[in-house]
Ligand binder design. Structure first.
Ligand code: FAD
Length: 450
């Protein structure tokens, strides 16, 4: 419903979707979830081929994409513990990597054999780019050389271009492109109504509206909840900060994650060519309850631009966790200020697996959602798995089974429903948080007290 393509999906142009973002992490590490690991591996091969296609100018690049642009950056990812202990998830991930023949591309940063192998393959400098062994006395981390990040906005622009060439018609307009209602004839769904008052009829309505999906499909609310991740950025300047510019460049800095098992839940992506370093906090995913069209109170997005009620700040708890990350891991950024903060809206499912299926008892309606904070990396490959499900011949595939409508499971999981059970009374509600404001943007203002 926003003019995404006109703005090259660039979030700086006031675009609010989860996908219109400067970058997203691409990883294969999935603990025991080997089917996601495999899918990510296959997606990775397509990301690489897209880089090649853009470099060669294949498919006539759209305005806004240059041959020099890359979608996929093979920077590696350093999964850092906040303590000297690796933890279960890490050990299970390494076991699965072993099973799939990928272990040799993982480097435990304090394992002499792995260190030697990393050095011989040119990854040595990324084992401890933050000098933690010297500064803190330990560097409990695994460098995953198969991971990195993708330029999300550019990737959306590229895919939009490919779809257009394949004949897809987009209506990215705040009125003509905004669905206000799913229309049915009493027996089945027959189309949509848009904000200009027009009805559009179709054989099938596919709803893939990210955090807005539960607003449009009441039935899905027992399976999906809209929650917010917190993002903050720091801008570094090439001319006045040449050392930081070099240090945080993707060539020298991997994606960093820190304290995932210890509840710190902060990650950082290397600087972009514009000098933006992005931090994310995902230990707590915030909810925002409001009354929607059918009178129910559910969690809905609250963004900086597109929603009626607006928010560009993040909770102090999120910002302070990011400051703590900086004070321990990247203290040379302490003298700086954040340049922006934002809430980025996830659609969490009850078990963090996607929900891609026909909506039961609603013939004519299909849902594709539940990205649960890890969906973007699969952009090149999701369609391959979705089409058979849509056509009714993919329900028994590995992914058809994983992503199917699982009302039964939702009911039996009791309290263990990924936070969906908390509702408006829960502790993650945004309205209950102390919000940070630009007054809190000096990085060292809180960190010095931690
Ligand atoms: C903070 C954060 C960090 C993340 N990090 C990663 C990561 O590192 N790696 C990774 O793989 N994934 C990551 N994800 C997950 C990933 O971003 C999502 O899974 C993916 O972007 C979801 O895409 P989507 O198209 O379903 O939703 P969105 O990108 O949110 O798009 C939804 C679209 O629906 C449109 N829409 C909404 N309502 C209507 C309506 N009524 N009518 C018409 N259109 C409508 C919106 O305008 C929007 O364009 C992250 C997500 C967040 C929030």
């Amino acid at each position: 419903m926003q003019p995404l393509a006109k703005n090259s999906f660039n979030p700086a142009a006031g675009l609010d979707s989860a996908s219109a973002d400067i970058n997203k992490i691409m990883r294969l590490s999935y603990g025991t979830e080997i089917d996601y690991q495999r899918l990510a591996y296959e997606a990775g091969e397509i990301w690489k081929s897209w880089n090649k296609q853009i470099e060669l100018g294949t498919n006539n690049l759209p305005a806004g994409l240059e041959k020099e642009d890359k979608l996929w950056y093979s920077t590696g990812m350093l999964r850092m513990s906040a303590t000297e202990d690796y933890g279960e998830f890490e050990l299970r991930t390494l076991e699965n990597m072993q099973k799939e023949g990928l272990r040799e591309m993982q480097y435990m940063c304090d394992n002499p054999e792995d260190i030697l192998r990393a050095r011989s393959r040119g990854w040595g400098q990324k084992l401890d780019p933050l000098d933690k062994k010297k500064r803190l006395g330990y560097n409990t981390a695994v460098l995953d050389s198969t991971a990195g990040f993708v330029a999300a906005d550019k990737a959306c622009h590229w895919v939009w271009h490919l779809c257009q060439r394949a004949g897809v018609h987009f209506v990215q307009d705040p009125t003509r492109g905004k669905v206000t209602q799913i229309v049915d004839d009493g027996d089945k769904v027959i189309g949509i109504k848009t904000a200009d008052g027009l009805e559009h009829h179709s054989d099938m309505v596919i709803v893939a509206c990210g955090g807005w999906t539960p607003t449009l499909i009441p039935e899905v609310r027992s399976l999906l909840e809209t929650t917010a991740g917190s993002v903050a950025t720091i801008h570094i300047d090439e001319v006045t900060m040449p050392h930081l510019w070099q240090k945080y460049a993707p060539e020298n800095m991997p994606v960093l994650t820190w304290g995932m098992k210890e509840g710190k839940g902060v990650y950082m992506l290397p600087r972009t060519k514009e000098g933006v370093i992005k931090f994310g906090y995902r230990a707590t995913k915030w909810t925002n309850y409001d009354t929607v069209g059918d009178g129910q109170r559910i969690s809905v997005p609250k963004t900086a631009h597109v929603t009626d009620k607006k928010e560009s700040n993040i909770p102090k708890k999120s910002l302070n966790s990011i400051k703590e990350f900086i004070s321990i891991n990247t203290p040379d950024l302490l003298p700086l200020e954040f340049s922006a903060t934002k809430l980025c809206w996830y659609t969490d499912s009850i078990d963090n697996s996607f929900v891609i299926d026909h909506v039961p008892n609603k013939p004519g309606m299909f849902v594709c959602s539940g990205g649960s904070g890890h969906g973007f990396k699969f952009l090149p490959i999701l369609g391959r798995e979705i089409v058979p499900i849509l056509e009714g011949r993919g329900q028994d595939t590995v992914y058809g089974k994983m992503w199917r409508w699982r009302e039964d499971k939702a009911l039996t999981l009791g309290n263990k429903r990924n936070g969906l059970q908390e509702g408006e009374g829960g502790p993650r509600v945004l309205a209950k948080q102390d919000m940070a404001s630009p007054r809190d943007w000096r990085v060292n203002s809180e960190a010095s007290r931690l």
